[in-house]
Design a protein around this ligand. Sequence first.
Ligand code: ZN
Length: 266
Amino acid sequence: MIEEKKYDKYLKRFKSKSILDYLIKNEIIVDNYSDIIYNLVNDEISLINNKFNIPVKKCAVRALQSAYFCAKNGLVSAAFENDRFFLERLSLLKIISCMNIDNNPYEMALERKEWHELINSKFVLYGSSQFVGKLNHYYGKNFDMNNISVYTTGMPLCGLHSKRFVKYSMDISEIEKETDVKINEKCSKCDKKATRFVIALPKAGAIIGILGFYNNTDTKSIGKLYADYSRVLHPYGFYSYPKEYLINLWALDLIRLFKTMNKLIF
Ligand SMILES: [Zn+2]
């Protein structure tokens, strides 16, 4: 990992500009960051592989490799789209590793490619306040985050309505026993007594917020970078930025991303 001071040297010229500023004005960075970023990408991949031992890490690594390939080949939108995915997946990877529960439902939903089915059924967290709010509700401010209490951030359902997603749910009596709280909820679909919590899956904005929650820090700067990538993709999508210089712009931005994220992830 490169040291803070070295980052600053590269970032000085980048300041707090958005990528879009560079792309729209065709502002070229002539200094060659090609070798530096090649090494940094490899360092980052080693950090990920050494720190984490769960399958989701493969997604984060692939996103970063894809972004590098696209940046090398002048594919503007695809490069930053993969950066956005990398940011999201690295955050999720960290969250899952912090949760420290067996058969983590987030991980299971990804591995089995069933994440979208839960989302389609409206088991969704749109913001981290939903996640934090529910934990606070049941456990107060000083709960232990490293246990199955995470299920209470989902939806309380009766036996009938939780049937389809049993493997993504936890029995309420078991949660009560394991986490030492009393839970009395009605099914959110039919008003019968709820017997299980089905997990709700976080959207990207919620993932970034939850990452901050687990690290006890503010993740607004990461959210800002995420928004920046989204702006590159939409509303314009295509740019006439000179292909051969994309790697330099991409590199500076990625150094900024590493600097912002690595202290929370590793
Ligand atoms: Zn019901």
